[in-house]
Design a protein around this ligand. Structure first.
Ligand SMILES: [Fe+2]
Length: 286
């Protein structure tokens, strides 16, 4: 049975969120949903998430899963908000504890902050099988961008998170804590070994000025044209390119707020005695 997919593009963070479902009136998964965040005011809003909720209502879908490919550094997750409004289990890769431990240390989080992934409902192991209604899904372990990245293969579509971007924009950076270009190369090879017509759904698109944003590409297109990792690029060449390029990239605008919320599965830090929840900025540490 082919998966039906509706993609949503957030123009502020260039993030693609996807709703995957078996049929109208059936079951759905939402992948990498965005929570709007205004860094100037520290105010969150749910414009992007509400569009997804509206779509779920229109199609009369039951939200079974909220799937995170990884702890994002470029946007806050609305997983918790979606769950509060529509139910579903929030899932991420089993290695998320490694990311939580790194950032617990950086942010000096409260002693009770667990680094075992227990903020999430389900932690997927490599190649674990699960179902979205009548659709069969498999969790693929694709570390490199972070040590815990997952991709989700759902019938004939793969949601590739931060591994590959569109062929003209290459691959994800590997310079965050625990990132590893060699690992990313190997993870990408796993994706590129899938049948050529396999549809690859992106987590981001950063289109050049002369094209509109896209939500998907194919294995064949990536193998032919990806500027960083087309057929014939060796692991050594890739690692060298990736390291050189990462050294030139700025820190993502929202990394500090995003990570603090995303390692909590989209929940805000515990409120202080005055009832307000705060995010921390570690000075001279990143
Ligand atoms: Fe990312």
């Amino acid at each position: 049975m082919p998966a039906i997919i509706k993609s949503f593009f957030d123009p502020i963070t260039s993030t693609l969120s996807h709703v995957v479902y078996d049929h109208a009136g059936g079951q759905a998964a939402v992948i990498d949903p965005v929570l709007d965040y205004d860094a100037k005011s520290g105010r969150t809003s749910t414009i992007a998430a509400d569009k997804i909720l509206q779509f779920l209502r229109e199609q009369e879908l039951t939200l079974a899963w909220i799937l995170e490919t990884h702890a994002h550094a470029d946007h806050l997750s609305s997983a918790k908000y979606l769950q509060q409004n529509s139910g579903g289990k929030i899932a991420i890769g089993a290695h998320i504890g490694q990311v939580q431990a790194t950032f617990k240390k950086l942010f000096n989080l409260e002693p009770g902050f667990a680094v075992d992934g227990s903020q999430f409902d389900v932690l997927f192991e490599e190649d674990e099988i699960f179902h979205i209604g009548q659709l069969q899904a498999k969790a693929l372990f694709v570390p490199g961008h972070t040590p815990a990245d997952m991709a989700y293969q759902i019938e004939d579509a793969v949601f590739i998170g931060d591994t590959l971007f569109m062929p003209d924009t290459g691959t994800a950076r590997c310079d965050f804590p625990g990132g590893d270009a060699q690992q990313l190369y190997r993870s990408i090879q796993k994706i590129l070994a899938l049948p050529p017509h396999t549809r690859l759904f992106l987590c981001h698109d950063y289109p050049p000025l002369d094209r509109h944003h896209e939500s998907a590409t194919t294995v064949a297109a990536q193998r032919a044209d990806n500027i960083h990792i087309h057929d014939g690029i060796s692991e050594e060449q890739f690692v060298q390119m990736r390291k050189k390029r990462d050294a030139t990239l700025a820190v993502p605008v929202l990394i500090l707020p995003a990570v603090q919320v995303n390692i909590r599965a989209g929940t805000f830090p515990p409120a202080e005695p005055n009832g307000i929840s705060y995010l921390k900025i570690p000075l001279n540490s990143l």
